[in-house]
Design a protein around this ligand. Structure first.
Ligand code: SIN
Length: 281
């Protein structure tokens, strides 16, 4: 496949684009720059028909920064930057990795900038991933709501997912590391300014956000519930249908995502790497 410049076709109104005519194994600086710009602009980029070994995927990811490992989930034995996300045919529906709206790793002080997911084995139907633009969700709010949110800070914790009673402990789809403390909390602004585009977006998610600082628990729960509804409204979403060889990269600074489990009885195997990010402001 020759690399003669990028062909970029949006897949939905608010975010997401499919990029064609590019072989991710042979990129020059010019193309990497174009992909990076398209990534910030479209927030989710989909590349079809790629033939990537784990090393190829790692090399591609390194064009965008240093790669991370997952603090709670076992990484691939031979490739420490690679996380295999496998759902087996017998796995309970809804217990899949990423099976709910979330932004990756917001419980960290410096959450990852983006994730790069490659499809190895997909079910005959279903198994799509939904993405939602938190920039578009923020833009849709009234000026009064925006100014109320702008100074707010929320706590985030891995505990509900990865703590002793967390969802991942009951899920066969994730092999969690033993003895890692998941009780930590970190704080992030409720509205984040994207470090590259300068656009503002919502930065709370139902998987890891615990509470808005300075509010009573019922007040915080009501506001968060409103923001989660906005942040996953269909108007701000796009949907990626996978085929073996599809690679999708998404900007964790501006999107939430949801891995649908609507393929009980079938296997799905994806390979993920993540790129380190900075402290949200
Ligand atoms: C994830 O949350 O990173 C997993 C997404 C997917 O498997 O589609």
């Amino acid at each position: 496949m020759p690399n003669d410049g990028l062909q970029i076709e949006p897949i939905a109104g608010a975010l997401g684009a499919e990029v064609s005519d590019v072989d991710l194994r042979s990129l020059d600086t010019e193309l990497v720059g174009q992909i990076r710009a398209a990534f910030v602009d479209h927030q989710v980029l989909v590349f079809r028909d790629q033939e990537l070994t784990p090393d190829d995927q790692v090399a591609f990811g390194r064009h965008f920064g240093e790669l991370d490992t997952h603090p709670f989930v076992e990484m691939n034995d031979e490739h420490p930057e690679v996380l295999d996300i496998v759902t087996e045919p017998e796995d309970r529906v809804g217990a899949n990795f990423g099976g709910g709206w979330h932004t990756d790793l917001t419980f960290m002080t410096e959450p990852d900038l983006g994730s790069i997911l490659y499809a190895i084995e997909v079910p005959p139907a279903g198994g799509d991933t939904l993405f939602a633009s938190q920039l578009a969700a923020y833009d849709s709010l009234s000026d009064t709501m925006k100014s109320m949110l702008d100074g707010l800070v929320a706590t985030h914790s891995p505990d509900r997912q990865y703590g002793m009673a967390g969802q991942s402990k009951t899920s066969k789809a994730m092999v969690t590391k033993d003895g890692v403390d998941a009780s930590s909390e970190t704080e992030h602004p409720v509205v984040r300014t994207h470090p590259e585009s300068g656009r503002k977006g919502l930065y709370v998610n139902p998987a890891f956000t615990e509470k808005i600082r300075g509010m009573r628990r019922d007040e915080s729960a009501a506001l968060l519930s409103f923001l989660y509804e906005k942040g996953s409204h269909e108007a701000f979403t796009c949907r990626v249908k996978w085929q073996p060889g599809t690679l999708t990269m998404w900007d964790n600074r501006s999107v939430q995502h949801f891995a649908l489990h609507d393929y009980a009885g079938h296997r799905r195997h994806m390979r993920r790497i993540t790129v380190k990010g900075d402290r949200p402001v």
